[in-house]
Design a protein around this ligand. Structure first.
Ligand code: ATP
Length: 355
């Protein structure tokens, strides 16, 4: 019997609704696979915690998570608190504190889901976006001075290090190698960003030598948006900087049918620290408390978590259960044009796990 210690951080908005459903899914999987057990500890960090304590999570918060096997995260965002506070005070604090430098975002059109792309068959869009998650444009370096005066100045400094670039590119090449098409597209902007992005391209050429079986190409980030729409099947694994991948992966989620479905994992590939899994959607306060949130993004994130933990049989079963449910339009939530409630989707997935 293997017991996994899981930290669950619902966070804000619909995170508080979808994460408890995710816990139910893991409880259902426990019954189906009795050799595997999940020991949850829930943390009430986020916007409400900030209102009480003036911080999004306790100063020693990382120490509470350090000994966990994985973290299941909902969302951080609150209409009454500035976005940079909610983001840097919780999610990025965990990502950076645990050096979760690889962010993975699988994107596929699940059965029964409509893509907004005309003439795109589900098999044409099957991507794995790998996002650099520790430096680049979101390094956090920079500052502001002379606030409110005409001479006010502000900077966000994008930093790329050889170590940071090489490790994410190696990780992406390895993922590309593990997928059937063995194909990687490197997203760049080395025409306009003439220092760090040129180094980014050069390091890719070096890393590629160790992966002769991976076929790779380069695409400027602006051209990549058009390629995702016009020739989705020409892409497979995609690696991009922190900002570029942030933007491309939201586009990817929309092309695959809904933000409510898309999953992500913030991974420490060296496994020195727990990795963190979360739906890519935010707190969506507009639908909060109405039972309308689509929980599939959370459930698919749990698939990634199970893969990371090496529980491949359970992850396969859960993915099949999810696909069986999305295939049925009666079980589509409002974001997919349906009438189902979150609880209907959740119950259907649990039923499929037990059947
Ligand atoms: P944040 O500020 O935390 O990033 P947000 O509300 O600005 O959050 P998102 O939550 O990412 O942005 O989503 C934008 C919109 O997409 C939401 O307002 C909501 O209507 C819809 N949406 C997002 N996630 C879901 C979901 N899981 N189920 C249904 N609709 C969703």
């Amino acid at each position: 019997m293997k017991t996994y210690k899981i930290a669950s951080i619902p966070g804000d908005g619909i995170g508080k609704e979808v994460i408890p459903e995710g816990e139910k899914i893991l409880a259902a999987l426990e019954k189906r696979f009795p050799q595997m057990k999940f020991d949850f500890e829930r943390f009430d960090w986020g916007g409400d915690y900030y209102r009480k304590h003036g911080i999004m999570m306790p100063e020693d918060g990382l120490n509470h998570l350090r000994n966990k096997d994985a973290i299941l995260f909902g969302s951080a965002g609150d209409p009454k608190i500035a976005d940079h506070i909610t983001l840097w005070g919780l999610r990025l604090k965990i990502c950076q504190g645990f050096d979760q430098y690889a962010n993975i975002r699988p994107t596929r059109i699940l059965p029964g889901i409509q893509t907004p792309l005309r003439n795109c068959q589900p098999e044409d869009l099957n991507w794995m976006i790998v996002r650099e998650n520790s430096e680049g444009e979101y390094s956090g370096l920079g500052g502001r001075a002379h606030q409110g005066h005409p001479i006010e100045v502000a900077s966000d400094i994008s930093i790329m290090t050889r170590v940071g670039v090489e490790r994410i590119q190696r990780f992406a090449f390895a993922i590309a190698r593990s997928r059937p098409r063995k194909k990687l597209t490197l997203i760049t902007k080395s025409n306009a960003q003439r220092h760090a992005m040129v180094m980014w391209d050069e390091i890719a050429c070096e890393v590629a030598r160790d992966f002769p079986d991976v076929q790779w190409d380069k695409e400027l980030v602006d051209a990549a948006t058009a390629r995702m729409i016009n020739k989705p099947s020409s892409l497979d694994t995609i690696v991009a900087s922190n900002l570029h991948a942030d933007v491309l992966s939201d586009l990817a989620a929309a092309l695959a049918g809904s933000l409510g479905i898309a999953p992500t994992g913030n991974i420490d590939p060296q496994r020195r620290y727990p990795s963190m899994f979360e739906p890519i959607h935010g707190s969506a306060f507009d639908i909060m408390g109405q039972g309308l949130a689509n929980p599939i993004g959370t459930f698919w994130s749990i698939v990634l978590m199970l893969d990371h933990l090496g529980e491949n049989e359970a992850s396969k079963l859960l993915m099949q259960a999810i696909e069986g449910v999305t295939a049925n339009p009666i079980l589509h939530t409002r974001d997919l044009g349906g009438q189902a409630k979150m609880i209907d989707v959740s119950n259907a997935v649990i039923k499929a796990i037990h059947s």
